[in-house]
Structure formats: structure tokens, C-alpha cells
Design a binder for this molecule. Structure first.
Ligand code: F6R
Length: 234
């Protein structure tokens, strides 16, 4: 793993942008994208740049089951706001949260990933070591699957919804195995709350208890951290 420590999120945005720029210069055609707070400064850099995505394909990691693309809490909507409105891709794929048929939707998404092998996958890191919605215990060979959100995630999300019934209970997520198929991976983490997960990901044993630890088995991973997130590395 190539670990880079930067001063803050803004510097992380610039360092992450460079990884995208270099991948595109080498001919990357399919970008795997993530939502959440971590990628925001990278997306800001991409939006401000001259890079052109109009011939490229994007494939997102995950989406809540039950939310349509226009719902402000959907990951579709997040991507529109932070990247796609400013920088449209030729094709952008996000799991379809409105498809109630999980078997059909996860197969459809796995077929999309097969047809569009990901050149560079961007990831954030959960405090418990999750990547995508792959929580501790997830099969490292997993492909796209339906995930039951934990009670703590449901409670944490409740503040974003008008009505408790609207809070998603499930998500569709690429699996750990799907993520490891990407040719190159960029994982970014900021803040002290992520420090233990970062140390476990980079230096801990490879174990389903820390899904991100499987990134140690991948030949081309860049890790961008601020000093707080790097503080438990030896
Ligand atoms: C987002 C995703 C999640 C987040 C992770 C970190 O698509 O799959 O794994 O990357 O939960 O979230 P933030 O960046 O909000 O700390």
C-alpha cells in the first residue's frame, strides 16, 4: 500500500485529484465512485479541473434500498450534486434503490461491473473498517448484495428524514470481492475517529472483522490520510 499523509482535507482533495489525473492520463475509462463526506474535496477538485468525463463511465459503490434517484438522501442525488451535474459522464451507474427485487438488482449490477471493469475505485473508510456497506463479517469474496443496515446506522440516519418510516433499512452494495477487482484503488480517511480503522486496514491482520484489511491483498492501493487518521500507524 502506498500511504500518503497530508495536512488536511483540502490537501487530501488535491492529492486525490492527482491520483485521478494520473489514472486518466494512463487511459482509465471506468471510475468507481463513493459518497459520504470523505470524497467531497476530491470531487471539488475534479469539478474545478479541465478534466473531461464525457467519454468515461462511472460506477458507484452503493445505494439505499427504497430511495429514488431524486430523494435528497439518495446516493444518486449526492453524486448529481457533487459531481455529475458539473461533470457528466457518458454513462453513470448507481444501484437502483427502487428495485425491490434484490436478486435481479444485484445481478444487474454485477453484470454492469463485469461489462465495465473498474480502472480506479475511490473508497472512504468506516470507523469500524467498512468499505462500501460491507460491515465487519462480510465475506471477502462477496459480490453486489443487499445489506441490512445496523440499528446504529438507522438511528444516525434518522435526522435526515422527515418521517422515521422513510429511513432506509437496507442498501445495495458492491461486495468486498467486487471492490478488489478494480485495477487500482484509492482509499481516503480523515480524522482521529478513523485512526484505529486505518491502523487495522494497513498494519493489522487480514480478517473479515476489518473488511478494509483485504485491501492489503491488492497490488495497487493508494491510501491518503490526514495526520489524525494516520496517528495510530507505527
Ligand atoms: C459511501 C460508502 C461508505 C463511506 C464510509 C465513510 O459510498 O460506501 O463506505 O465511504 O462510510 O463515510 P464518510 O466519508 O462520510 O466518513
Amino acid at each position: 500500500m502506498n500511504v500518503q499523509v497530508v495536512s488536511d482535507k483540502q490537501a487530501g482533495g488535491r492529492a486525490g485529484f492527482k491520483v485521478f489525473e494520473q489514472a486518466l492520463a494512463k487511459g482509465a475509462k471506468v471510475l468507481g465512485l463513493a459518497t459520504g463526506s470523505t470524497p467531497v474535496t476530491i470531487y471539488e477538485q475534479l469539478v474545478a479541473s479541465n478534466l473531461d468525463f464525457s467519454q468515461l463511465t462511472s460506477v458507484n459503490l452503493d445505494e439505499y434500498v427504497g430511495l429514488n434517484a431524486d430523494h435528497p438522501q439518495s446516493y444518486h442525488y449526492f453524486m448529481q450534486q457533487h459531481l455529475f451535474n458539473a461533470k457528466p459522464f457518458a454513462k453513470s451507474y448507481v444501484p437502483d434503490g427502487t428495485n425491490a427485487d434484490a436478486a435481479a438488482e444485484t445481478k444487474r449490477y454485477d453484470d454492469i461491473i463485469k461489462e465495465n471493469p473498474i480502472d480506479l475505485q475511490l473508497l472512504g473508510l468506516g470507523q469500524n473498517g467498512h468499505i462500501g456497506f460491507n460491515e465487519p463479517g462480510t465475506d471477502p469474496e462477496s459480490t453486489t448484495h443487499k445489506v441490512a443496515l445496523t440499528e446504529s446506522t438507522i438511528a444516525a440516519n434518522a435526522r435526515f428524514f422527515d418521517n422515521a418510516d422513510e429511513v432506509p433499512r437496507f442498501a445495495y452494495s458492491m461486495g468486498v470481492g467486487s471492490i478488489l477487482q478494480a485495477k487500482q484503488i484509492l482509499i481516503v480517511a480523515y480524522g482521529e475517529a478513523k485512526a484505529a480503522a486505518v491502523a487495522a486496514m494497513v498494519q493489522g491482520p487480514i480478517t473479515p472483522d476489518v473488511p478494509a484489511s483485504y485491501l492489503q491483498t491488492h497490488p495497487n492501493v493508494t491510501v491518503i490520510l490526514d495526520e489524525a487518521a494516520a496517528s495510530q500507524l507505527d
